[in-house]
Write a protein that binds this ligand. Sequence first.
Ligand code: COA
Length: 337
Amino acid sequence: MKSFMIQGAKIIATGSAIPSFKLSNNDISKIVQTSDEWITTRTGIQERRLLTGADQSINDLAVLASKNALDKISMHPSEIDLIILATSSPNDLFGSASKIQFEIGATNAVAFDLTAACSGFVLGLVTAFQFLQTGAYRNTLIIGADVLSKWVDWSDRSTCILFGDAAGAAILQSCPTSNNSILNFQLDTDGKYSNHLSILYQHKSDILPVANVYQGYFKYISMNGKEVYKFAVSQVPLSILKCLRSLRISVKDVDWLLLHQANERILTAVADKLSISKSKIISNLSKYGNTSAASIPLALDEAVKEKKIIHNDIVVIAGFGAGLTWGTVIIRWQDLS
Ligand code: COA
């Protein structure tokens, strides 16, 4: 991150949306050979929400989460300048952000999708921050939304137990540098290991008769759970430490650790490696599972609503996942008033 700063930025509202349908571990044990005990012990997940009904899509969740954030501060949607939809499960491969722009009535906003799996919200936040720092825009809406239930192989017990559907949103507004809340970030990618977690495109055997052109489809989620686990618990603490050190903030001064909600054991292992007390871990994955790009803004929205996160708290946010991508953003939380 460059040391000069034209404008600062702060999150002025958060919102979230979850489907009403709950699928418990016991329900899953009727689909694949597993048990509540196994899933709870290995992951901490007890239930997840799934989007049901043929007429419901990721857009509905993203719109609800966005409206929820806008309503909290009575902001008219026309005040939004930029919408970034972080998702890996859009309703349209050309992008779903523009439909959300239309549906919420953000007529002045430019909107685009950003694909970075479970790191998507962190990358979206940092991307939006760049536009605010330069003074290009004033209000940005960052949405993390995923409906991975549509891409899970419901006969694969090693992955179908993990994921849930949700959307979370945050409105990031520019402010004087003296009030800047986004203190620093650290982003990383290692494409060498992209095969550890993917939803791959697959050719069909059909070829266009006049040319060597293939068409295909996307396969289900494939994951090497052990490798993803090792990656998360080794790289995420390093990313966080690097970010904290550059700010000369001690781990002791961290008030909240808000990690991507993948697995309770990962959250605990990262906190342990950093010597951060478990009481500082924000965790809601027992209720929602891994909601990919939605997990951080959903947990943030809940923690703010529950008044866990309060004015001046140092919040370490870190996402990690497919790509492999991982990233940290350190925030000094500022209340709206
Ligand atoms: N129920 C019961 N048994 C299961 C099971 C399930 N849902 N899933 C796997 N198993 C079995 C395996 O078949 C294996 O059996 P075997 O020893 O007879 O071969 C055994 O449990 C151990 O499997 P393993 O894959 O080694 O388990 P694990 O301790 O690594 O836990 C995960 C599996 C997926 C929970 C764990 O690897 C994990 O959480 N990884 C991170 C995944 C993640 O967070 N991905 C998203 C990142 S964004």
